[in-house]
Design a protein around this ligand. Structure first.
Ligand code: C5P
Length: 240
């Protein structure tokens, strides 16, 4: 299950998302997809059910951050969608993350992977200190949030690929590093700050890379996805 490219389906409607996914229709191996707030709020749970029916694995990226009781009850609802991975903000505290895990666990004891956002990859250390009044360095903040997530029983964190080795050092090799902030060596960075290439992300220890615009806005999205797989997890292509 580890080492895969997750395409961020950041579209505003099911129509746009399906038009994009039609490009992958002939692929035997269905891409792992991330559904974030934009598409989920536009189309709701039926979108998730439809993509599961089509054979995609789904990371439902809703980044919950609320009081523990609300997060527990919301995760109970989301657990019925049969997604493969979902997440919360580690800033919501250990209690909130424990509540999320409890809520997500189905009556038979199974549950999707649950990971926590440490610091968004668009946040620089300067902004974190000046605007959020977090006095620590960004590395200290991330390692600390990751340890909190592990203490709450979560499976890993979302972080920049540049922080994957830091997370592994703090929480152990099995603790997952799911990393957005991926750009090809020859491409624009957009609004992302702490970024690297798919190949380098693998070297530093990412377990999954989350790639949005480098694939969704590419002239040839299928080729861009294959380029990501080829750089990040060539072994999966051999099995395809
Ligand atoms: O287009 P791009 O590759 O920058 O998309 C990255 C995706 O990963 C977006 O959907 C964004 O919401 C998400 N993400 C992120 N940083 C985090 C957590 C999620 O960029 N820390």
């Amino acid at each position: 299950m580890k080492n895969d490219v997750i395409i961020a389906c950041d579209f505003g409607s099911a129509k746009e998302a399906f038009e994009f996914l039609d490009l992958f229709a002939r692929e035997e191996r269905k891409p792992f997809l991330k559904i974030g707030m934009e598409l989920y709020y536009a189309e709701g749970p039926e979108m998730v059910r439809e993509l599961k029916r089509r054979g995609h694995r789904i990371f439902l990226d809703l980044k919950l951050h609320d009081i523990p009781n609300t997060v527990r009850r919301t995760m109970q609802v989301l657990s019925r969608l049969d997604v493969d991975m979902t997440n919360v903000h580690a800033a919501g505290t250990i209690d909130m993350m424990r509540a999320a895990r409890e809520g997500l666990t189905r009556p038979d004891g199974t549950r999707p992977l649950l990971i926590a956002v440490t610091q968004l990859t668009s946040t620089s250390q300067e902004r974190m200190q000046r605007e959020l009044l977090v006095d620590a360095s960004i590395d200290e903040a991330i390692a600390h949030y990751a340890r909190n997530a592990r203490e709450a029983g979560l499976d890993g964190v979302v972080c920049s690929p540049l922080e994957a080795s830091l997370v592994k050092a703090a929480c152990g090799p099995e603790f997952l590093a799911v990393t957005p902030g991926i750009r090809f060596a020859d491409a624009a960075t957009d609004d992302q700050v702490r970024i690297t290439t798919p190949a380098r992300a693998r070297e530093i220890g990412s377990d999954f890379i989350v790639v949005g615009r480098p694939i969704t806005a590419a002239a040839d999205p299928l080729a861009a996805w294959r380029r990501c797989l080829n750089e990040f997890c060539p072994e999966t292509l051999k099995n395809a």
